[in-house]
Design a protein around this ligand. Structure first.
Ligand code: KIV
Ligand code: ZN
Length: 516
């Protein structure tokens, strides 16, 4: 396949996606997502921003070691420290990419960077050369390119390519562009930059106006050959272009685009669920491709049509994107070796025997309550077992609740706080409300509850409920998650997880903070 017909899929779920409030991921979680993306045959995985914190650095390192088939990338501002951190974190990668960037719009240069355009070009060239002295594969981004002047973009991009950048990314950082205009921008740059043929042009669109996918596709129609995107469209503010939508649009409308990706689409739905479960960001039911209703036909006319001839109302096959791929993988009688081996296939390894034993004990408990255990159940189970994000300052020891029609629900909890057990009782509008109030009366966190959501992990009334609790305190936002066949218990676990995350609060530097 010629390069002209191949679209590079660059996934930034673990970097831009992680910039969604509360979506931060642990090292182990990133490795699991990295393995899932590798299985899906994503070309480039942006695993984080190495200079943000020691935790981010370690996570990129771990992904670089665990994932061998995809290129692993770290973001870096156009400064020595960031570029050196990125190169160090990527040392063990089979294929490493440094993605360096600087803002190029008048508003960003004047107010954020406080730099003259000439200085910005000089800094960009310096950064690209520095990155090229450390790795072969360097990508350069013009932050806020959507609002940058084309003349200036032509100048800085030509210089960046001469300095050694082999991918040039044109981000619509604030989601301001409109498809026709953005497509035209890409066409203009490709036509006007004399050395444009020496680099792959990429786009990275934000979804503030709901146009991230449309803008990315317009760019592709005009010559872009890499799209930066995220699973479920996760990302800063309204998110990024959704990987699943880009890939399926290109595949379904091959007649129009004539382009191939390397993606194995059957991994889309399982990966979407994994990301949702790890980040605690539920997928809306009507979300294209991966929403629970994406292939459900409600109206009788549609159902009749689909039964007579599927293509009357369906443009894609549900099984092509991995719906129905969830199979009963384990049961009550499965042993430790089978458990370990299935988890290894899902990208989960345990550092110690004790961690494996703990997860296996939870599996046995679950298998007693629920006969069929699916991959999604295992993912939820290990999310609890191996989360290293937060030391367990609070731990749920016991929970009892009572609710009946006509009576005020009441819950009693025992929570261990740094090893000391405390008991509390509270009333609530329902058993979940009562349980969380009882826990809060012990924790006295004073945090604001921003979101509470429950999702069934699999089908059937014996499914585990997966609960997300988003808490905010002092401007910090965290997402706690918990799963159990009893949703009151799942809710209590999620609340306690969120409390522990709030307390663990290691500071991270935001990549788009002023760094130059
Ligand atoms: O949105 C953006 O501009 C970014 C860059 C750092 C690529 O995320
Ligand atoms: Zn972005």
């Amino acid at each position: 396949m010629s390069q002209q017909n191949r679209l590079v899929i660059f996934d930034t779920t673990m970097r831009d996606g992680e910039q969604s409030p509360g979506a931060s991921m642990t090292k182990e979680e990133k490795v699991r997502i990295g393995k899932a993306l590798e299985k899906m045959r994503v070309d480039v995985i942006e695993a984080g921003f190495a200079a943000a914190s020691p935790g981010d650095f370690a996570a990129i390192q771990a992904v670089a070691e665990a994932v061998r088939e995809s290129t692993i990338c770290s973001l870096a501002r156009a400064v020595d420290r960031d570029i050196e951190h990125a190169a160090d974190a990527l040392k063990k990668a089979e294929r490493a990419r440094i993605h360096t960037f600087i803002a190029t719009s008048p508003i960003h240069m004047q107010y954020k960077l406080r730099m003259q355009p000439d200085q910005v070009v000089e800094q960009a060239v310096y950064a690209v050369k520095k990155a090229r002295s450390l790795v072969e594969d360097v990508e350069f981004s013009c932050e806020d390119a959507g609002r940058s002047e084309n003349d200036f973009l032509c100048r800085i991009i030509e210089a960046a390519i001469n300095a050694g950048a082999r991918t040039i990314n044109i981000p619509d950082t604030v989601g301001y562009a409109i498809p026709e205009e953005f497509g035209y921008k890409i066409k203009t740059l490709l036509e006007r930059i004399p050395n444009a043929d020496k680099a792959i042009f990429s786009v990275h669109c934000h979804n503030d106006l709901g146009l991230a996918v449309a803008n990315s596709l317009a760019a592709v129609a005009n010559g872009a050959r890499q799209v930066e995107c995220t699973i479920n469209g996760l990302g800063e503010r309204a998110g990024n272009a959704a990987l699943e939508e880009i890939v399926m649009a290109l595949r379904t409308r091959h007649d129009l685009f004539g382009l191939e990706t390397g993606i194995d689409t059957t991994h889309i739905v399982p990966t979407s669920r994994l990301v949702s479960s790890i980040t605690g960001f539920p997928v809306q039911p009507n979300k294209a491709i991966v929403g629970a209703n994406a292939f459900a036909h409600e109206s009788g006319i549609h159902q009749d049509g689909v039964l007579k001839h599927r293509e009357t109302y369906e443009i894609m096959k549900a099984e092509d994107v991995g719906w129905g791929a969830n199979k009963m993988v384990m049961g009550k009688h499965s042993g430790r070796a089978a458990f370990r081996s299935r988890l290894e296939e899902l990208g989960v390894t345990f550092d110690t025997d004790a961690a494996l034993n703990d997860a296996f004990a939870r599996f046995k408990e679950l298998a007693d309550k629920k006969h069929e255990i699916f991959d999604e159940d295992l993912q939820a189970l290990v999310s609890e077992a191996i989360s290293d994000a937060a030391p367990e300052t609070f731990k749920l020891v016991a929970l009892e609740c009572h609710s009946a029609i006509g009576e005020t629900p009441v819950a009693e909890v025992v929570v261990s706080h740094n090893g000391q057990e405390q008991r509390a009782k509270a009333n609530g509008s329902g058993p979940v409300d009562a349980a969380l109030k009882a826990i809060e009366s012990i924790a006295a966190s004073g945090a604001n509850l921003l979101l509470y959501s429950v999702n069934a992990i699999t089908q059937g009334t014996d499914s585990q409920g997966e609960v997300t609790v988003r808490l905010e305190k002092g401007g910090r936002i965290v997402n706690g998650s918990g799963a159990d066949t009893d949703i009151v218990v799942a809710s209590a676990k999620a609340y306690i997880h969120a409390l522990n995350l709030l307390l663990s609060g290691a500071a991270r530097q935001h990549p788009q903070a002023d760094g130059v």
